[in-house]
Design a protein around this ligand. Structure first.
Ligand code: COA
Length: 150
């Protein structure tokens, strides 16, 4: 599998990006402002992540997704570790990530990759998303904020 930055003339893999974030408006905005990376195998895009500089020395992993039929095979972990390596090369000092209170698998993955919870943006998904989101039998209301020094 090859992980590389999307070229300027290439379309971002919208279907994958929307798996991680149902807001087309948010996705369009951060894909324009950030760096989009894709993971390819057999000439097909299997994964994506987007890095967005936020504050001095800080970059946020604002989107990460793996094609549904490829999930659970370690690609997500590889993408997170690749994002950290890229951010280190660019001399960022802190990486942040946010996920829903109901995103149990994602919370597990991010903590296994070294992130720690730093806060909760209460009612973020209620305030900013028009449709209600349910996962794992829970309503997604709050954004759990995680970070790590890199
Ligand atoms: N419950 C518990 N742990 C889970 C899990 C779940 N549902 N899903 C993943 N994990 C953990 C695994 O325990 C695994 O740890 P291990 O290697 O020690 O077994 C670790 O996360 C990595 O799993 P991996 O196979 O690399 O994850 P993946 O390739 O399926 O990618 C996502 C993870 C989240 C990127 C992928 O599931 C996805 O694209 N989901 C839809 C989009 C999305 O929700 N993006 C994130 C938005 S915040």
């Amino acid at each position: 599998m090859q992980i590389r930055k999307l070229k300027l003339n290439e379309e971002p893999p919208m279907e994958l990006l929307l798996l991680a974030d149902p807001s087309r408006k948010f996705v369009d905005d951060y894909v324009k402002r950030g760096d989009c990376f894709i993971a390819e195998y057999d000439n097909e895009i299997k994964g994506v992540f987007v890095l967005l500089p936020t504050r001095p020395d800080t970059v946020e992993l604002v989107n990460i997704a793996v094609a549904e039929d490829e999930q659970g095979k370690g690609i997500g972990r590889e993408l997170v570790m690749n994002a950290i390596q890229f951010a280190k090369l660019k001399e960022y000092k802190i990486m942040e990530i946010g996920t829903g209170n109901s995103s149990i698998g994602q919370l597990s993955l991010y903590q296994k990759c070294g992130f720690r919870i730093i806060g909760v943006d209460r009612d973020f998904f209620i305030k900013h998303y028009s449709d209600e989101i349910y996962e794992n039998g829970l309503q997604c209301r709050d954004m759990i904020r995680l970070a790590q020094d890199i």
